[in-house]
Design a protein around this ligand. Structure first.
Ligand code: RFL
Ligand code: PHB
Length: 392
């Protein structure tokens, strides 16, 4: 049995940032990750960082590459009826967002760990959590060679994403779950093609929603609304480009630059919250506790906000034996989580075509789009939520 203070399950953005913050405070940490180092560094996910996320990474000395390679965006476009309506984020809120891939943040965090000599255990299996309702929980697992280990700790941070083992380790009766499954998914591609616009385009079209994002001035990241059970094999590259050009057309003209597709995948859409984000000495953070549909670009930003609160709470608990902050952890985080849940749901409903919608829902949707685009009050509300709220 090995003694540590905090066991972190999962080395995505939540787990790695929590490990970084706790280790800066001198807390003893073990990080367990089921995937390989290479897989974690390459996994393609989010792209958009809120101002508070960017500020935090700079504060921690982790923002060097982001400052050089990230793209600061001061607005985005709502496109419907083939016309663009700019949401002037910075003019309306004084803040901006930054395009910088989640896997770049993950790489920066892994590089920082390695520079400090802080280990992460990759390719572990059979992670199991025990005695979570006591002050000395235990974690058992097998390392990459299949050798069994046992950790004795003060707290476990469940940062293992939506499909991890942490949330299901709490008794079903202790967590209340809220969720919504949408009748559509996103087909996402990464293409070697210059973005056709300097800003993101959220495009509402009668054939379905589309999003034109980017990873750099040379790489486009594009998404299409497709049915929930869509098979990626039904989408040849030609079919994807044809559908994108139809949905993004301006006055009937093709409006996107095309290029070779490097990656394509289908992502289901859901909203999900587990309350509270704690059971005994198990603390859930990031996607392990909540999921938002990607339309609001909130998932990774929420994960980062959670672990910022959690790192302070766990430091107080394990270094100073004070439990006020761990007791407040779930309530503090859930306020931000539910704001993001509402905004992500709102943006999803605003922009997608509901296959079960009727003429009434279509008319009110179009009215809300026009109102969002034309009213300063409505666009300010969207902009304020989109750039995100300051950390507590
Ligand atoms: P992650 O990233 O899923 O990391 C969890 C880690 O835990 C590991 N793991 C385990 N390890 C040990 N034992 C087990 N039993 C384990 N089970 C799992 C996994 O291998 C993994 O390494 O969760 P985390 O850290 O909470 O981070 C959350 C974000 O990844 C997620 O919210 C975002 O990607 C969501 N998201 C977006 N968020 C934004 O803020 N802005 C965006 O622009 C944005 N766009 C998106 C997105 C997510 C998308 N997809 C693919 C779901 C766009 C898309 C298409
Ligand atoms: C992305 O670039 O992957 C991205 C950007 C904005 C979103 C979702 C995804 O709302």
């Amino acid at each position: 049995m090995v003694r540590t203070q905090v066991t972190i399950v999962g080395a995505g953005p939540a787990g790695l940032l929590l490990s970084f913050l706790l280790r800066l405070e001198g807390v003893d940490v073990v990080v367990l990750e089921s995937r390989s180092r290479e897989y974690v560094r390459q996994r393609m996910r989010a792209g958009l960082c809120e101002q508070a996320t960017v500020d935090l990474l700079h504060e921690l000395g982790l923002g060097g590459r982001m400052a050089a390679e990230g793209l600061r965006h001061e607005g985005f476009s709502l496109r419907f009826d083939g016309e663009d309506h700019r949401i002037a984020l910075t003019e309306l809120t004084g803040r901006a967002v930054t395009i910088y891939g989640q896997q770049e943040i993950v790489k920066d965090l892994i590089d920082a760990h390695e520079a400090h000599g802080w280990p992460v255990e990759y390719e572990v299996s059979d992670v199991d959590l025990h005695d979570l309702d006591t002050e000395r929980p235990r974690v058992t697992y097998r390392d990459s060679d299949g050798v069994a280990h046992e950790l004795d700790c003060d707290a476990v941070a469940g940062c293992d994403g939506f499909h991890g083992i942490s949330r299901p380790s709490a008794p079903v009766s202790e967590l209340k779950v809220f969720d919504r499954i949408y009748p559509f998914a996103w087909l996402g591609i990464l293409a070697t093609a210059q973005p056709s616009s300097q800003e993101l385009i959220y495009n509402h079209h009668e054939r379905g929603f589309g999003l034109a994002s980017m990873r750099s001035t040379e790489i486009s990241r594009l998404y299409l609304q497709v049915p929930a059970d869509e098979d990626i094999n039904d989408w040849s590259d030609d079919r994807i480009w044809a559908e994108l050009q139809t949905r993004f057309a301006v006055h009937g003209e093709a409006a996107l630059n095309e290029g070779p597709i490097i990656v394509k995948s289908v992502t289901p859409m859901r909203s999900f919250v587990a309350e509270p984000m704690r059971f005994g000495r198990l603390f859930l953070a990031g996607d392990a506790a909540h999921i938002v549909p990607p339309t609001g670009a909130k998932g990774m930003n929420l994960a980062i906000a959670d672990v910022r609160v959690l790192s302070r709470a766990l430091t107080e608990l394990v270094q100073h034996k004070r439990s006020e902050l761990v007791d407040a952890y779930s309530d503090i985080c859930l306020r931000r989580v539910w704001r993001a849940e509402h905004f992500s749901w709102f943006m999803t409903e605003l922009l997608h075509i509901d296959p079960y919608g009727d003429d009434f829902s279509r008319r009110v949707q179009l009215s809300q789009l026009r109102y969002t685009a034309s009213s300063r009050a409505a666009s300010t509300s969207v902009a304020e939520n989109y750039v995100g709220f300051p950390h507590d």
